[in-house]
Write a protein that binds this ligand. Structure first.
Ligand code: ADP
Ligand code: ASP
Ligand code: MG
Length: 464
C-alpha cells in the first residue's frame, strides 16, 4: 500500500484534480495487477488548493488588525473558489453534501473572524483552526471527486487521525497515538476497498484542539501516515520533475537528481530545498520506506527516488540547497569564551527563546550562529549581552552543497569554495558526516554564488 501526497498546485483547480484522479486510477490498476485483483489503497493525502493557506493566514492577520471588511472579502473569494472547484465532483448527489459542508465551514469562519476582529488578537490556537480549513476542504472535494469518477473513496478527518502535541503552528506528531487513530479511521475504508483521502498539514491534540505541523507540512503528514501504517512507498506529487540539483527559481533549468540517500535528502530539505518539508524523511527512515518525488503535470517523468543508500555514480556532488532571509548573530567575549560552561550558557539562551540555530562557527573569541526566525532576537540579544558583546547581521543566505562524495574526496570541499570566486564568505562549516559543505554569504550575492557553484559542478549533468 502506497501513500500518495498531492501538493497545492496538484489540487489547484478542476484540471489539476482530474490529473490527480488519473494518477490514482493508474496506481489502483497497477496494484490490482500485482496483488491479483485485491488492491488495498493507496492512501491519498492532499494539501489545500494552491495559495489557500497563505490567504487564510492573511484573513487571520486582517482580523487581528481589526479589518473585518478585508477579512470578509477574502473569505468570500475563497468560498467562491472552492465552490467552483467542486464542479470536479461530476455527480450532483455527491457534490451537494460537499457544498453544504463547505458553506458550513465558511459560515463558521466568518463568525470566528468577526469575533477575532473585535478582540484584535489572533492566538496561535485560532491561527491553526483557521489555517486547517484549507486542507479539510480540499480533502473533502478530492474524496468526493474520486468517488464520482468511479474510484470509491472515504474521507478521513485528519483532526481525528493525526495526534500531535499542543505546539500550535508547529505541532509534532505522537506516533503511538497516531497509529491507533489511523487504525480506527483509515483502516476501515481500506478494508472496504475504498481509498482513504485526508488533508495533510493538520492534526489535533489528544483533547481535540486543531493543530498544524508547520508550513509545507503536508509532506510530513504523508510520511507520518506511511510510517504509522507501514506503507511500501511514500509518493510526493508536486509541480517539478523531482529533486533538482538547485532551486529552479534561482538557477535556470537545473537537472533532476534521479536517486538520493535519506541523509542527502534530509540535508537538502533542511537547508532550503522546498520541494520536501525538512521533517519528511525522519518517519521514512524509521521504517525504511522509500520516498519518491514525482510531477503531477508530467506523470511519466521518472522523478526522484530516495532510499537509505543510493548507488555510487560518477557524481561526487548531488545538489545544492539555499536559504534566504537568514540572520547571523556574532557573540564575542574576550574573557569568557574558553571558560567551560560558556557555550552551554550561550545555547541555553537560544533554547529558552525556542529559536533553533542552523550553522555554527567559532574562533578563539567569538561564536557565530545563523538563525532562520528572528522574531525573538531582541530578547535573545538582551540575554546574551549579560555576558558577551552581540552583533546581528540580517539579509544573509546559507548555501549548502550536498554529496556523499565530499566524504571520499578530500579536495572537493576546497574546489566548492573556490568556485564561488570573489563572493565574500561570512561563515564556512563542514560537519563530521562530511556529507555537505555549508557557507554563509550576503543574500544579494546568492544568485551569483549559486550560479557559479552550479555551473562548475552540475551544469554538465544537464547536457548529458
Ligand atoms: P507542493 O505544493 O507540491 O508541496 P512546493 O511549492 O512546496 O510544492 O515545492 C515545490 C517547489 O519547490 C518547486 O516548484 C520549486 O520551485 C521549489 N524548489 C526549491 N528547491 C528545489 C529543488 N532543489 N528541487 C526541486 N524543487 C525545488
Ligand atoms: N497548505 C500548507 C502550506 O501551504 C501545507 C502544505 O501545502 O504542505 O503550508
Ligand atoms: Mg510543499
Amino acid at each position: 500500500m502506497k501513500v500518495m501526497k498531492f501538493g497545492g498546485t496538484s489540487v489547484a483547480d478542476r484540471a489539476a484534480i482530474e490529473r490527480l484522479i488519473a494518477i490514482v486510477r493508474a496506481e489502483r490498476q497497477a496494484e490490482a495487477q500485482t496483488e491479483g485483483g485485491d488492491a488495498r489503497g493507496p492512501i491519498v493525502v492532499v494539501s489545500a488548493l494552491s495559495g489557500v493557506t497563505d490567504r487564510l493566514l492573511g484573513v487571520a492577520a486582517l482580523a487581528g488588525s481589526g479589518d473585518i471588511e478585508g477579512a470578509r472579502t477574502s473569505l468570500r473569494d475563497l468560498r467562491a473558489r472552492h465552490v467552483t472547484v467542486s464542479e470536479v465532483i461530476t455527480d450532483a448527489s455527491l457534490r451537494q453534501p460537499v457544498l453544504d459542508f463547505l458553506h458550513r465551514e465558511f459560515d463558521d469562519l466568518e463568525r470566528i473572524v468577526s469575533a477575532l476582529a473585535v478582540l484584535q488578537e489572533v492566538s496561535p490556537r485560532w491561527l491553526d483552526a483557521i489555517a486547517a480549513t484549507g486542507e479539510i476542504l480540499s480533502s473533502q472535494i478530492v474524496a468526493a471527486a474520486l468517488t464520482a469518477h468511479k474510484l470509491p473513496a472515504g474521507w478521513v478527518d485528519s483532526r481525528r487521525a493525526v495526534v500531535t502535541d499542543g505546539e500550535h503552528t508547529a505541532a509534532a506528531p505522537k506516533f503511538e497515538e497516531t497509529t491507533a487513530a489511523l487504525m480506527a479511521h483509515a483502516d476501515p475504508p481500506l478494508a472496504a476497498g475504498r481509498i482513504p483521502v485526508m488533508g495533510g498539514f493538520v492534526g489535533a491534540t489528544t483533547s481535540g484542539l486543531t493543530t498544524t505541523l508547520g508550513r509545507g507540512g503536508s509532506d510530513f503528514s504523508a510520511a507520518i501516515v506511511g510510517a504509522c501504517l507501514g506503507a511500501s512507498e511514500i509518493q510526493i506529487w508536486t509541480d517539478v520533475d523531482g529533486m533538482l540539483t538547485a532551486d529552479p527559481r534561482l538557477v535556470k533549468n537545473p537537472p533532476v537528481v534521479p536517486h538520493l540517500s535519506f541523509a542527502e535528502a534530509s540535508e537538502l530539505a533542511y537547508f532550503g530545498a522546498k520541494v520536501l518539508h525538512p521533517a519528511t524523511i525522519q518517519p521514512a527512515v524509521a521504517r525504511n520506506i522509500p520516498v519518491r518525488i514525482l510531477n503531477s503535470q508530467r506523470a511519466t517523468a521518472r522523478g526522484t527516488l530516495i532510499t537509505a543508500e543510493r548507488p555510487r555514480t560518477e557524481r561526487a556532488l548531488t545538489a545544492v540547497a539555499s536559504k534566504k532571509a537568514v540572520t547571523v548573530v556574532d557573540i564575542t567575549s574576550t574573557r569568557m569564551l574558553m571558560a567551560h560552561g560558556f557555550l552551554r550558557r550561550l545555547f541555553e539562551v537560544f533554547e529558552r527563546f525556542k529559536t533553533p540555530v542552523d550553522v555554527i562557527t567559532t574562533s578563539e573569541v567569538s561564536v557565530s550562529v545563523t538563525i532562520d526566525d528572528p522574531r525573538r532576537l531582541p530578547p535573545i540579544i538582551e540575554a546574551l549581552s549579560e555576558f558577551a558583546q552581540v552583533e546581528r547581521e540580517d539579509q544573509m543566505a546559507i548555501v549548502c552543497v550536498v554529496g556523499d562524495g565530499l566524504h571520499d574526496d578530500p579536495r572537493l570541499a576546497a574546489q566548492v569554495l573556490a568556485s564561488v570566486g570573489d563572493v565574500p564568505l561570512r561563515m564556512v562549516s563542514q560537519a563530521a558526516s562530511r556529507r555537505n559543505i555549508t557557507f554563509v554569504i550576503r543574500e544579494s550575492d546568492l544568485p551569483l554564488a549559486l550560479g557559479r557553484v552550479h555551473d562548475k559542478f552540475f551544469a554538465a549533468i544537464a547536457t548529458r
